[in-house]
Design a protein around this ligand. Structure first.
Ligand code: 3DU
Length: 247
């Protein structure tokens, strides 16, 4: 695939959006994938990518999500698996292969597992299969400070994770939209081509505009869209707020 950042940027220009849909459909398990497919069809020209989390991955698995993933691919939208992958290299590699050989384009991993024997093999696999990897640098719940905000030596762990995102050559970082000052710090560490994806907008209280102003590239939005009476209106409102120039 193209580099994740290039792909997102080209979609952003094409669709005038900086929204990644978190396709977190809840309710009866049997009908979740159908609802997610409807959302993709409805919103495919209003967003830049789709993120899939346990809401779908657990009940369906990658085989059960093939049609949904294909539908995204047909619409030109990368599909990001939000595994927050955090295991030994061999297991990470097996997980990545399973996702990527079933159409997923990128995954999210946790840098906490460390490089040697953890993330190193995963990064190599992603490069070999030409797929994306995004690292979790600062989360959006208040307890994030107890882990990602811990002081290690003289600096908070998230800053170290930001430097590792740069050093390990990941495609980007996840940083909460609710922490603009942390977004700013992470942005100053990352390479220009490494993207910052920010969840926490809407229901969790994050402000999309402030996140982008601080240096985020894209916002990840779930319930404010998936649970809206009119999901298109909800995405359009965020897109208008962020007013991206279309090419
Ligand atoms: O709060 P929302 O409904 O907009 O969903 C946000 C999504 O992003 C959801 O899948 C959640 O698991 C994920 N996420 C965070 O909310 C915060 C993080 O730091 C990382 C991922």
């Amino acid at each position: 695939m193209r580099l994740l950042g290039d792909w997102l940027e080209s979609n952003s220009k094409k669709f005038g959006s900086r929204v990644i849909l978190a396709a977190d459909v809840t309710g009866p398990y049997e009908s979740r994938v159908e609802r997610a497919s409807e959302l993709v069809s409805l919103l495919k020209e209003r967003m830049v990518a789709v993120k899939v989390n346990w809401h779908l991955l657990l009940p369906y698995g990658v085989l059960g999500l093939r049609e949904l993933v294909e539908r995204c691919g047909d619409a030109g939208l990368p599909v990001i698996a939000d595994m927050k992958l955090n295991d030994i290299g061999a297991t990470n590699v097996e997980t990545a292969e399973t996702l990527f050989s079933n159409g997923f384009d990128a995954l999210i991993a946790n840098p906490f597992v460390g490089y040697k024997g953890g993330i190193d093999e995963l990064v190599s696999k992603c490069r070999e299969m030409r797929k994306g990897i995004v690292l979790l640098v600062y989360m959006s719940h208040s307890g994030a400070r107890e882990g990602y905000g811990l002081k290690v030596g003289n600096e908070p762990l998230y800053l170290r994770f930001a430097r590792e995102t740069r050093r390990w050559g990941a495609d980007g970082a996840i940083v909460s939209s609710k922490s603009p000052s942390i977004i700013r710090q992470v942005r100053s560490v990352l390479r220009k081509e490494q993207v910052i994806l920010s969840p926490g907008v809407g229901v969790q209280g994050g402000d999309a505009r402030r996140a982008l102003k601080a240096g985020s590239d894209y916002v990840i939005v779930g319930r404010s869209i998936t649970e809206a009476k009119d999901p298109s209106r909800s995405v359009d409102a965020i897109n208008r707020e962020l007013a991206v120039d279309t090419a």
